[in-house]
Design a protein around this ligand. Structure first.
Ligand code: GLA
Length: 394
């Protein structure tokens, strides 16, 4: 019951996880009256820089965070899948060969992953799954990719299927695009599958080449959740994708990755603004990697503020709540940079903060935000963790 291509560990090693393993095992036993054999965990992510570039074949720089979706699993009876969601206290049951849409979120993500694995030619088997997560949903921290990758790890593991993490990420992206119907890029799934502890993950979304970029010890990554929730499927996310595709078509290139800033002047609005964001953001990601590697945190911070301004004014995906959080961060001592992270339209900001300035950050950003707006924003100090982890419980 070991996945050759995926890191399989004994419980108790590797990253500390936030989901209580023992309580998930117990939940599994209560739900199915048997013991789980495998535990599959995948992290959420925060994107340091490189927003709305992945589906334009550009560069991104996400970090897998210590918020996780965990799936306890064991081979099931015959071809039946039984799934229990701890967070929704809800069950689902279906035949592994015929996953159909239910229109109900967590169920469809689980079914989507099975559908995409079958579609890729893998032979799955019946399985029992207990699922729990602490990635806040609808906040731009990729709870859905974490769910997909964790479920994929569990389904493959119980069926003795060995899949490289990169391939698993592509299969899960297809699940989200074609079964769930959100045209997401590949960043979130790759971050959930392929990240390394202590590092950001530079991804070239054209070639899928990846590189780990070490995070300096003197900084902490703080996520502030504006608590303005959004479901990607209900935002203009797909519309932005279409605008970028239209801009590329007008320019006669296969994707905006191939466009230079000088090329876009002749485009009509809003395509020009959208394209300007994407082209300049790609450049910022590469500069950000140089800045991280040379420990030029001031420059990295500037690039983050520029990214936010470009997402707000050019790409049109910020909100007043996110703008205020970034503005407060920019006026707080010990903060190098801040920007909205993820798709936008609500969700979180990512902040690069000096390790000993955390208390000042909370006072200057979170508390001030609460005083000014009554907002329920919360902050989370993130640790950079490994991608998908599979543990054999036997
Ligand atoms: C969402 C999508 C990603 C990416 C970001 C924006 O998180 O799932 O693929 O496009 O938005 O950068």
């Amino acid at each position: 019951m070991i996945l050759a291509a995926l890191p399989t560990r004994k419980p108790g090693t590797g990253n500390p996880v936030t989901i209580e393993r023992r309580s998930l095992q117990q939940t599994f036993e209560n739900a199915f009256h048997r013991e789980p054999e495998v535990l599959s965990e995948a992290p959420g992510r925060v994107n340091l820089i490189g927003e709305h570039t992945d589906y334009n074949e550009g560069f991104v720089l996400p970090i897998a965070i210590d918020r996780t979706v965990a799936v306890a699993a064991a081979p099931g009876a015959g071809r039946t899948v039984r799934a229990y969601s701890v967070d929704f206290d809800a069950r689902d049951e279906w035949r592994i060969d015929a996953p159909r849409r239910t229109g109900r979120e967590w169920r469809d993500y689980v079914r989507a992953v099975a559908w995409a694995l079958l579609d890729a030619g893998y032979e799955l088997r019946g399985v029992d799954l207990a699922i729990a997560g602490d990635v806040p949903p609808g906040s731009g921290l990729s709870s859905s990719a974490a769910l997909e990758i964790a479920v994929a790890g569990a389904l493959c593991s119980v069926a003795d299927i060995s899949v490289q993490p990169e391939r698993l990420a592509l299969i899960c992206q297809k699940a989200e695009n074609q079964f769930v119907g959100v045209q997401s890029g590949v960043m979130d799934q790759l971050a959930a599958a392929c990240s390394r502890a202590g590092h950001a993950l530079l991804i070239d979304c054209r070639s899928l080449d990846r590189d780990f970029v070490a995070l300096p010890g003197e900084i902490v990554i703080i996520v502030v959740d504006s608590k303005v929730p959004r479901r990607l499927g209900e935002t203009p996310y797909n519309q932005r994708r279409e605008e970028c595709a239209a801009a590329a078509q007008e320019l006669g290139v296969s994707s905006l990755r191939e466009a230079a800033i000088g090329d876009i002047e002749g485009l009509r609005e809003p395509l020009k603004r959208r394209a300007r964001h994407v082209v300049s953001e790609n450049q910022r990601v590469l500069e950000a990697v140089d800045a991280l590697r040379s420990r030029n945190l001031a420059r990295l911070g500037e690039l983050m503020y520029e990214s936010h301004a470009s997402l707000r004014d050019g790409f049109g995906v910020s909100t007043p709540e996110l703008d205020l959080l970034v503005e407060l961060a920019s006026r707080t001592t010990g903060v190098f940079g801040a920007r909205l992270t993820g798709a936008g339209f609500g969700g979180c900001t990512v902040n690069l903060v000096e390790r000993d300035a955390v208390a000042g950050f909370e006072a200057g950003v979170v508390e001030r935000d609460r005083e000014r707006t009554g907002s329920p924003a919360t902050m989370l100090i993130c640790k950079a963790v490994d991608g998908l982890r599979i543990y054999s419980l036997g």
